[in-house]
Design a protein around this ligand. Structure first.
Ligand code: CTP
Length: 453
C-alpha cells in the first residue's frame, strides 16, 4: 500500500465507492484511470473494482443510480451517476482462454490481489481508493517511473489469454513513450501468429491508436510479425527503395514519416498510411537508373479500398480516404487546376488535400521542401481568392443552365451535360466569359450547337 500518493477521483466514482463501503464492501478505481492519473494524463473513463457480486450491486444501487447490466456474466454493471457512466466489476479471476480472445468463464473472488493478477500489464494493475491509497502488488508504480511496459507475471501466459494484448503492448509503448520489457519482445516473436484469432474490429482500434500516437511503431508491428496478419500489403513497401531525387527514404519509411507529419484526424492519418502503398507495384526504372511510380495513386486507392473494407472502417471514412489518396499527387500550380479540383471534390476536401500534400512533402527530400511549401501556400491563397470573389468553378455557378440550352435548340438528354461541361472548361480558363450573353454566343458561334443538336 502506498498512502502518500493522492489521486483526484471524480465525485461520481467517490459516491459509488462510498456506497459500496457503507454496505460493507471494498471498492477501488483501477486500471487505465489510475495509470493515467499517476502519469498526469487525463483518464477518459473511471473503472471501479469491488468484492460486491453483480446481483448485490443491482440491489444496492437500485434506489440511487440507474443501473445497466453491461456484462453480468463477466461481473460488470454500468452505473450512471448524474448521467456519467462508471463500469463497476466484481473482483474476478479469468477461466480458461481456449481461443486467445476471451475467457470461457470467469470466477469471482474476494481477493483484490487475485483480480489485479489477471490483468495485462503492471502499469494497468494498480488499484486506488482515498482510504487505502495505492494498491500495487506487481510493481506498477516503479514501472511507470522506469517507463517500462511489463506483463503481470509471465508475458506468454498473458498473451495466450488474450492475443490482443500483444497489440496493446506496442500501443501503450507508442502512447506513453515506454520501452517494452524483453520478456514481452520474446513472447511477441513467439506468439504473434495468434493475433489471427482476434476480431478485426478490436485490431483496428489498436492500430488507429498507434497511428495517432507514434506511427514509427508500425515498424515494430511488422518486425514482430503482427502486421502481416491484418495489412500484409505493407510489407513490400519496406523493401522498396526510391531511387529518385525527390525521395530519401524507402516507401515504408516515407509513409510512416508522412503519417507522423499530419494532424490527428483519423481520415488524414489513414490517407497518409495508404497514399503510397501501391508504389511497389508501379515501380519502373529509366535508363538513367531513376525510379518512377506512374499511376501509383490509382493503385494505392485500390489497395486501400480492399484493406479498409476488410478492416471494417465505416463507409464515410473509406470514401474520404480514397478520395484524398486519388488526388494526393495532382498538381495545384495553376488556378484552373485548383478550380477543377474545387469542382470535383469541394472546398473542404481540397483544404484537407493541402494538409495531405504538406505531410507528404515533409517526408520527402528536404532540399525540395521550400519549393513545395511555396506551391502549397500559393494554392491556399488561390482557394481563398476563388471563394472570396465567388468565382465560377461548378456547373451551378455557370450563368447559363440546361433550360437555356434547350431554348437554344439543343436536344434534352446527355448532350446538355456535355455542352455545359465544355462551357465550364472555357470559364475556368477565362472567368470573364461567365456571362449569359457571351455563353450564348459561344454556343451559337462555335458550332457547339450544331454538334449537339
Ligand atoms: N485489461 C486487460 N487485458 C485486456 C484489456 C484490459 O488486462 N486485454 C485490463 C487492464 O487492467 C486495463 C483494464 O482492463 O487497464 C481496462 O481496460 P481498457 O479500458 O481496455 O484499457 P485501459 O487500460 O483503460 O486503457 P485505454 O482506455 O487507454 O485503452
Amino acid at each position: 500500500m502506498n498512502k502518500k500518493i493522492n489521486i483526484q477521483i471524480p465525485d461520481g466514482a467517490k459516491t459509488i465507492i462510498n456506497i459500496l463501503k457503507n454496505n460493507g464492501y471494498e471498492a477501488y478505481v483501477v486500471g487505465g484511470c489510475v495509470r493515467d492519473s499517476l502519469l498526469t494524463r487525463d483518464p477518459h473513463d473511471w473503472d471501479i473494482t469491488t468484492n460486491c457480486l453483480p446481483e448485490d450491486m443491482l440491489r444496492i444501487f437500485k434506489a440511487t443510480h440507474k443501473t445497466i447490466p453491461t456484462g453480468l456474466k463477466h461481473g460488470t454493471i454500468t452505473l450512471l451517476d448524474e448521467g456519467i457512466p462508471f463500469e463497476v466489476t466484481t473482483f474476478r479471476l479469468d477461466g480458461e482462454y481456449s481461443d486467445n480472445r476471451r475467457p470461457d468463464n470467469v470466477v469471482f473472488t474476494s481477493s483484490l490481489k487475485e483480480d489485479l493478477s489477471r490483468r495485462d500489464f503492471t502499469i494497468n494493475a494498480i488499484a486506488y481508493n482515498g482510504e487505502v491509497g495505492l494498491v500495487d502488488y506487481f510493481g506498477g508504480l516503479q514501472d511507470l517511473q522506469n517507463k517500462l511496459i511489463r506483463c503481470v507475471g509471465e508475458a506468454e501466459a498473458r498473451f495466450n489469454e488474450d492475443a490482443l494484448r500483444m497489440l496493446r503492448a506496442i500501443r501503450f509503448s507508442a502512447q506513453l513513450g515506454f520501452e517494452m520489457h524483453k520478456d514481452i519482445n520474446l513472447a511477441l516473436l513467439k506468439l504473434s501468429d495468434n493475433i489471427k484469432n482476434i476480431s478485426v474490429e478490436r485490431i483496428r482500434e489498436e492500430f488507429n491508436k498507434i497511428l495517432f500516437s507514434n506511427s514509427d511503431k508500425v515498424s515494430e508491428l511488422s518486425s514482430f510479425g503482427l502486421l502481416k496478419h491484418f495489412i500484409p500489403e505493407f510489407e513490400i513497401c519496406e523493401n522498396t527503395v526510391q531511387n529518385n531525387p525527390y525521395h530519401i527514404f524507402p516507401v515504408a519509411k516515407h509513409i510512416l514519416c508522412s503519417v507522423k507529419n499530419v494532424e490527428n484526424q483519423l481520415v488524414l492519418k489513414l490517407t497518409m498510411f495508404f497514399h503510397d502503398i501501391g508504389k511497389p507495384q508501379c515501380l519502373t526504372t529509366d535508363n538513367m537508373g531513376v525510379d518512377h511510380f506512374y499511376n501509383h495513386g490509382e493503385k494505392s486507392v485500390n489497395i486501400a479500398e480492399k484493406v479498409l473494407k476488410r478492416m471494417k472502417y465505416d463507409n464515410k471514412t473509406i470514401e474520404k480516404v480514397l478520395l484524398l489518396i486519388k488526388y494526393h499527387d495532382y498538381e495545384l500550380k495553376h488556378r484552373k487546376q485548383i478550380k477543377r479540383l474545387l469542382n470535383n471534390i469541394g472546398e473542404e476536401n481540397l483544404r484537407d488535400l493541402l494538409k495531405v500534400k504538406v505531410a507528404d512533402a515533409k517526408a520527402q527530400n528536404p532540399e525540395f521542401y521550400p519549393v513545395r511549401q511555396l506551391e502549397i501556400i500559393k494554392a491556399e491563397a488561390e482557394i481563398d481568392e476563388i471563394i472570396r470573389t465567388k468565382q465560377c468553378f461548378t456547373l451551378k455557378d455557370l450563368k447559363l443552365d440546361g433550360r437555356d440550352l434547350m431554348q437554344l435548340g439543343i436536344t434534352p438528354g446527355k448532350q446538355i451535360g456535355i455542352v455545359l461541361n465544355q462551357l465550364l472548361e472555357l470559364v475556368l480558363d477565362d472567368p470573364e466569359l461567365n456571362n449569359r450573353k457571351k455563353l450564348e454566343e459561344i454556343v451559337m458561334g462555335t458550332g457547339l450547337l450544331s454538334i449537339h443538336k
